[in-house]
Design a protein around this ligand. Structure first.
Ligand SMILES: N[C@@H](CCC(=O)N[C@@H](CS)C(=O)NCC(=O)O)C(=O)O
Length: 210
């Protein structure tokens, strides 16, 4: 098999989860760090919807949804059962909330200027009510979403919580979300995250040898 090739964007939380899953499952891959305003024609031919990440495998096999890239990665190698533990009803429910209402509120909070008439502080409050407080309750009982140990849901979700926290880190640090704050600090300080945030030159294929 030719090496998997990933079109990616370093700061995209969907691309982060894909890169971490590939690294965690020991898949050796090449990566193309693109410029969002100048997506390569070859990528758009393979995935016309134009979002990253896109994983190109041998032949015509293309996976252009981050969660499905994670599934493919863990199907390759998953000694720690990171994928299996992500399949519980609770974890799938959390993922749906993250990719749905939380992402929507995050965008309206972070990029408020793109949403005229929207109150960023209302969006932030709703994001807490609908997602971060339920997440807090889960994490008060267990260190990770996989239980005592991580799973694919942790990887899929924390890049979005990180983005939310970074909009106003001072405000975030003062919220009554101690378990979420601790969990986020563990992940942002992890070796896996550092490896996934490797800086690559743009518009060129490189081995992702983090
Ligand atoms: N459902 C997709 C969403 C991916 C997505 O929306 N990625 C953003 C970057 S964070 C993107 O490529 N947006 C297109 C653009 O900005 O042109 C997935 O999970 O892979």
């Amino acid at each position: 098999m030719t090496a998997p090739m990933l079109y990616t964007f370093r700061r995209c939380p969907y691309a982060m989860r894909a890169r971490m899953a590939l690294l965690q499952s020991s898949v050796r891959f090449q990566a193309y760090e693109l410029v969002l305003s100048d997506k390569p024609a070859e990528m758009l031919l393979k995935s016309p919807k134009g979002t990253v990440p896109v994983l190109v495998l041998g032949g015509d096999h293309v996976i252009d949804e981050s969660w499905l890239i994670m599934e493919w990665a863990f199907a390759n190698h998953d000694e720690g059962l990171w994928w299996a533990r992500a399949q519980s009803q609770e974890n799938l429910g959390l993922l749906a909330l993250n990719d749905g209402v939380f992402k929507e509120k995050l965008d309206r909070y972070k990029y408020a200027n793109r949403y005229p008439g929207v109150s960023p502080s209302d969006e932030r409050e709703q994001a807490c009510d609908l997602f971060l407080r339920p997440l807090e309750l889960r994490l008060q009982d267990q260190a990770m979403l996989g239980g005592a140990v991580p799973c694919a849901t942790d990887l899929a979700i924390f890049p979005f919580v990180r983005q939310f926290a970074a909009v106003d880190s001072d405000w975030f640090s003062k919220q009554q979300l101690p378990a979420v704050q601790k969990w986020l600090a563990v992940w942002t300080g992890s070796e896996l995250f550092a490896r996934c945030m490797l800086r690559l030159p743009v518009r060129t294929w490189q081995w992702f040898d983090a």
